[in-house]
Design a protein around this ligand. Structure first.
Ligand code: ARG
Length: 508
């Protein structure tokens, strides 16, 4: 999974489970207070009193941001290397920091996070405290010329960049499934709708490709979100930069960032890149939700256009006959929370003065949830589409009804010199009569039609042939088989180019 953050414990409910954190608050001497011993807060020097236990839990982001551990360690290693290169800390200390962080990373990767403590507030403090416990005073030098403000901005950018690139690849996988479906069913005719009323027949392939193009734009948005995150904030420190002679560009290079932030105030308070990713995820979810809605409709008995595979359906606990499109429904349902994440982030940002404010800690839950949700829904949709049965006979039967050749019959008259408005009126009367007499347009012969208007030609019935109706739509982007075949080629070409672009973005 390209979007994995390798945190096996990120979604295991830690923080609510007993034993998820090594020490439970409440060990203090006063009721409702948490003793700072151990562990003492890393910022505890100017404090005499104790932190309220309830507020400690309120202020802590560790249960959420623990998921950033891998990026936090990468960022810290790059920072330490640079401090040594610049002569700010001794090479031996940097080496000890590097090794200590690597050993913590190994433990965390294997699922051992026994040192987590809510009293540390967040993942950044947890790792730093554990580092010092493991390597001694050298650990205390890591935070030289750095603040959690630029640290958390860096970690979150690394997270967003990796997930945007991973999701872009997953979106492409679904595009491939849609193109495959279009290619395998070229020639299958279905009703096209406007207002969910039968409008004109289209190719099923054309319909599938419409979603492919939506996802192609989602890909572009995810790529843009990836680029938006690709700016390195470290060195901004708390808000104003630092007094140390840092080499920020080398840190950017080590972390694979293509740019270094040009303004320290902006760097620590900017979460635009989070909004960008949330927006890209939101619109992709909206697209998946629309496709889900169609699958739900199509798999109903009333439509019967597709049959979902058992692996992507569920039953009812009371009604033995039921086969429900749960995963399409869930995808449709989950779109709301992702859009909610975007709204929440925008609202969090709107009133913030520069620079860092604790409100910004609210940036993670929504975007973590959005990337997980989109990833899961893409997987579900790919599987659902790749395994569903396309009932071409039901689609064609559906396309025969609904007088969907009416436009073409009017066009037939128009081609014979009748003004289109007039032709529209004549065919409207034909449809009304067919409705009253229970006939379809295809059942009418040329003579029947001439009873409505003498200007109908002998070839008027051909205008109503559904295959012909489809084949006539030869506009670029139209639904005629030849155009759709061309569209498949175009979609394939673009997907190949996009896949190359995505591969180039994924970092080891
Ligand atoms: N946990 C915080 C966050 O996620 C970072 C800490 C910054 N805190 C501070 N007091 N400067 O935003």
């Amino acid at each position: 999974m390209p979007t994995t953050d390798h945190d096996s414990s990120s979604r295991d409910g830690a923080g609510t489970q007993p034993g998820a954190f090594s020490r439970q608050p409440g060990a203090g001497t006063q009721p409702g207070a948490f003793s700072r011993q151990p562990p003492a807060a890393l910022w505890g020097g100017r404090f005499e009193g104790e932190v309220s236990e309830a507020m400690l839990a309120f202020g802590a982001s560790l249960p959420v941001d623990r998921r950033l551990w891998r990026w936090d360690i990468q960022g810290s290693q790059a920072h330490a290397h640079m401090l040594a290169r610049q002569g700010i800390i001794a090479p031996e200390d940097a080496a000890a920091i590097d090794e200590g962080l690597a050993s913590i990373a190994r433990d965390l990767a294997s699922g051992d996070h026994g040192f987590y403590d809510l009293a540390d507030e967040d993942i950044h403090m947890s790792i730093e405290r554990e580092l010092t416990r493991r390597i001694g005073p050298a650990g205390g030098r890591l935070h030289t010329a750095r603040s959690r403000n630029d640290q958390v901005a860096t970690d979150t950018r690394l997270f967003c960049r990796a997930h945007a690139a991973g999701l872009a690849t997953e979106v492409n996988r679904l595009r491939g499934v849609l193109i495959g479906l279009a290619n395998d069913h070229l020639g299958v005719i279905m009703p096209g709708y406007t207002h969910l009323q039968k409008a004109q027949p289209v190719l099923f392939s054309h319909h599938m490709l419409a979603y492919q193009w939506m996802l192609a734009r989602d890909f572009t948005r995810l790529l843009a979100a990836c680029r938006a995150a690709d700016v390195m904030p470290l060195g901004s420190a708390a808000l104003a930069g630092t007094t140390y002679p840092l080499d920020r560009a080398s840190v950017a290079t080590e972390l694979g960032f293509s740019q270094t932030s040009p303004n320290s105030l902006d760097a620590v308070s900017d979460r635009d890149f989070v909004c960008d990713l949330l927006y890209a995820c939101s619109l992709a979810m909206v697209h998946l939700s629309r496709l889900s809605e169609e699958i739900i409709l199509w798999s109903s008995e009333e439509f019967g256009f597709v049959t979902l595979d058992d692996a992507f359906s569920t039953g009812s606990s009371i009604m033995p006959q039921k086969k429900n499109p749960d995963f399409a429904e869930l995808t449709r349902g989950k779109a709301g929370r992702v859009v909610g994440g975007l709204m929440g982030m925008l609202m969090t940002l709107k009133g913030l003065p520069l620079a860092y404010n604790k409100d910004l800690q609210e940036d993670k839950e929504g975007v973590f949830d959005a990337v997980d949700t989109l990833s899961m829904c893409l997987t579900a949709m790919s599987g659902m589409l790749a395994t569903m049965r396309v009932n071409s006979a039901a689609m064609l039967a559906g396309a025969q009804g609904g007088f969907m050749a009416a436009t073409d019959l009017a066009d037939h008259l128009a081609a014979r010199g009748v003004p289109f408005r007039e032709a529209h009126e004549v065919v409207g009367r034909v449809v009304l009569d067919c409705e009253r007499t229970g006939r379809t347009l295809q059942e009418l012969g040329a003579e029947d039609l001439r009873a409505f208007d003498a200007r109908f030609g002998d070839d008027a019935p051909l205008a109503c042939d559904i295959s012909e109706v489809v084949a006539r739509r030869t506009t670029v982007g139209g639904t005629a088989p030849a155009c759709v075949a061309e569209q498949i080629g175009l979609a394939r070409e673009q997907l190949a180019a996009d896949s190359d672009a995505a591969t180039a973005l994924i970092r080891p």
